[in-house]
Design a protein around this ligand. Sequence first.
Ligand SMILES: Cc1cc2nc3c(=O)[nH]c(=O)nc-3n(C[C@H](O)[C@H](O)[C@H](O)COP(=O)(O)OP(=O)(O)OC[C@H]3O[C@@H](n4cnc5c(N)ncnc54)[C@H](O)[C@@H]3O)c2cc1C
Length: 276
Amino acid sequence: MFDVIIIGGGPAGISAGIYLIRGGLSVLVLAKNKGHLDNTEITIDNYYGTPNIKGNELVNSGISQYQQLGGKINFEEVIFLKSHTNFEIITKTSVYLAKTLILATGIKNKKSKLPNYEHLIGHGISKCATCDGFFFKGLDVSIVGNNDYMEHEKAVLEKLAKSVTVFTNNVSYDKKANHEQIISFSQSDDKIKITTANSSYLYDGVFIADSEPSANEFANILGISMENNQIIVDDNCQTNINRIYAIGDVTGEPKQIIKAVYQGMKAALHIIKNKN
Ligand SMILES: Cc1cc2nc3c(=O)[nH]c(=O)nc-3n(C[C@H](O)[C@H](O)[C@H](O)COP(=O)(O)OP(=O)(O)OC[C@H]3O[C@@H](n4cnc5c(N)ncnc54)[C@H](O)[C@@H]3O)c2cc1C
């Protein structure tokens, strides 16, 4: 059990980690990678004290500083979260427990390759099997995706739905699936129609899990309030859920390093102050 688990190893997550470690708490950072800035092509020229620094240099320097203080970082993708008395943070290979959770997952850098479906969210299309799977109990559903997150969502649906068909949208996947490219999602009576180049298919519900879970998916799972795709936080970067904080780009503009590290500090100091 960790005092705090931080999801995200960019400037926001690592800044929080540095303050928390120095405040005497046990901390684990879980990160899929080192974030947007881990790129030799990016030059940062507006961050205090580091003119003309490469993005990857700044990020690596922050991570080393955190590690030198004793901070632990595991490069694993978080695919699911559960909230009981404490938090369960689930990756492909492990389940971690924490008393407090910080979301520092940044914004998604991959645009979905799916045609527009947003207008049908809540009208037969869902992005959260745990939240909405129940409404499709005993019905035929499909799920779009091909990654570990999709596998997790599929397993949730398989316990509820009559049938679950995987659509990979033209991406390879080594299990049974429909690989056709999806052209559109539409409503047909009270079903969702998936149209591909060759055919069309009707389902009672469609679940979208085509990218790694990030702020939106985690917020859905945990009931965190969002507005315009941003997590709403108070002055201490706490969300509407007790002991869940959000920092950095996930909280919206300005999407800048200085704001990410500031919010990391704010969340950490609040957690340290409120530690039992
Ligand atoms: C091309 C470019 C140039 C930029 N230039 C500047 C600049 O000059 N100055 C400036 O101030 N800002 C700049 N920015 C913005 C800056 O990069 C961001 O504001 C900053 O990186 C935000 O930090 P963050 O920690 O919130 O998110 P990120 O740095 O994006 O880090 C997100 C972290 O979350 C992790 N993550 C996400 N999902 C999961 C998951 N499911 N499981 C585990 N880990 C997960 C990622 O792996 C990553 O470690 C630039 C951005 C880009 C793209």
